[in-house]
Design a protein around this ligand. Sequence first.
Ligand code: 0X9
Ligand code: CA
Ligand code: CA
Ligand code: CA
Ligand code: ZN
Length: 430
Amino acid sequence: MNRKRLSVVAGALIAFATTLSVSAPPATGDQPAPDVPTFAEYRVENVKTAEQRSAIARTGASVDAVEHGGLNITATPAEVARIRALGYQVERQELLAPPSAGDVTPLDFPSADARYHNYAEMTAEINQALVDHPTLISRRVIGRSFQNREIVALKISDNVAVDEAEPEVLFTAHQHAREHLTVEMALYLISQFTDSYATDAQIRTMVDNREIWIVPDVNPDGGEYDIATGSYRSWRKNRQTNSGSSNVGTDLNRNWNYNWGCCGGSSGSTSSSTFRGSAAESAPEVRVVADFVRTRVVGGVQQIKTHIDFHTYGELILWPYGFTFNDLAPGLTQAQRDTHARLGQMMAATNNYTPQQSSDLYITDGTIGDWLWGVQRVYTYTFEMYPRSGGGGFYPPDEVISREVSRNRAAVLLLLDFSDCPPRVIGLTC
Ligand code: 0X9
Ligand code: CA
Ligand code: CA
Ligand code: CA
Ligand code: ZN
C-alpha cells in the first residue's frame, strides 16, 4: 500500500507530568475551536470494587483501564469534580497533545504507526480481498455513518452468494473511535478466512460450514476524526451533532435498544464521553448495524448465533449482562449464563485474557452485548484487546499489531466451532 506521510505529524504523544490542572486544554489560535474535546485522561487511586468503579462511571467518565488498585479514566473537568466529591484522589496523566488549531485536513496515522489502516486503507484492503477471493467473500453497504461514510458488512463463506442453512457468526469492531487495533483485528480475520482458506484445514472447515459476517468499522467518522490532525485525540464517540449543544458525539456502546439508559451505566449529558444519545438507536451507526442484525431473522429465527465485539483495552473477555451485577436476569437462564461463561473461559485459555461478566468491570447500559443477548438471543462477547495495562493504552505501537491480532485466532475458531450449538460447551444438546 502506497502511503504519503507528513513527517511533521510524527511523534504524537506527549507525556506530561501528572500534576497539571484539570481545566480544559486552552483553545489555540484566535478562532473558536468547538471541536477541541474538553476530555483528558486521569488517574483515580484506590478503587477496588465493581460498585466503586460503577459509581465513578456514573459521573459520566469513561473507565479506560482497571489496574494497580485504581482506574485510568477519560473525563471532563465537571466529571473530575464529581469524582473528587465522592472522595477520590484524581490526577491528570499522560495528556495527549492538543489538536492543532485551524484547518483540519484529513491526514493519517503518524508515520511511526503507518501499519495501522485508516478508513481509505481499510477499504482498499477489503477491495483487494474481494478481487482475490470473489467466491469466498462478498460486501454489502449496510448503511452510512452520520458523516455519510459507508458502513460495510463482509460475508465470508463458501457459496458466498447463497444464503445457506448454516450458523451465522458476527464480528464487529471499532465502536469506539480511538480503539484502532480493533480494525486491524477485523482485517486480520478477513485475511485468515480468505487468504488461508486454501492451505489451512481448520479455517476451511469453518468457512465451509459457517456464514461469517464482519463489520470492520462501526464508527468510521470517529476513527478518522481521531487521527485527522496527526496527533491522536483520544476520541471515543461518533461525530454526530447534538441539537441545542456544541458538544459532539454519542457513545455508540451506550446507544443500543435494550434497557437503554436504565441503570446509571451511561450519561445523559452531551458533554460526557459516555453520552447515551437522545434515544436508543439515535446514532445512525447503531441503527445501521441493529437493522442489519434484524435482517438476519429469517422465518422468525435469528440466524446469527454468536458474536464478538472487539474493543481495547484490558485483555478481557466479557459476557452479558452489563446493566446488572446479577449473574442471571430475566431472559438469561442459568444454563445460558453458564454457556457464556464456559465458552468465554475456554476462549480466554487460548489468548490469556481474563474472562468475566461485563458488570464485573463496571455497570454499563445500552451496550451491544446486552442488546444482542437481551433482544436477539445471540451468544455475545466483548473482547478488550491488548494491552492489559501500560503498553501504549489505546495507542500501542504498530509493531504489536501482528502479534496481538493473531493472538485471538484460536479463540475465534473456538467460537465458530461452537456456533452450531453454543450450549454444547456445557454438555447440552440443541
Ligand atoms: O465501556 C465500554 O463500552 C467497554 N469498555 S471500553 O474501554 N472499550 O470502552 C466495555 C463494555 C462491556 N460492558 C461492561 N463493562 N459492563
Ligand atoms: Ca512503528
Ligand atoms: Ca444463512
Ligand atoms: Ca457454506
Ligand atoms: Zn471500547
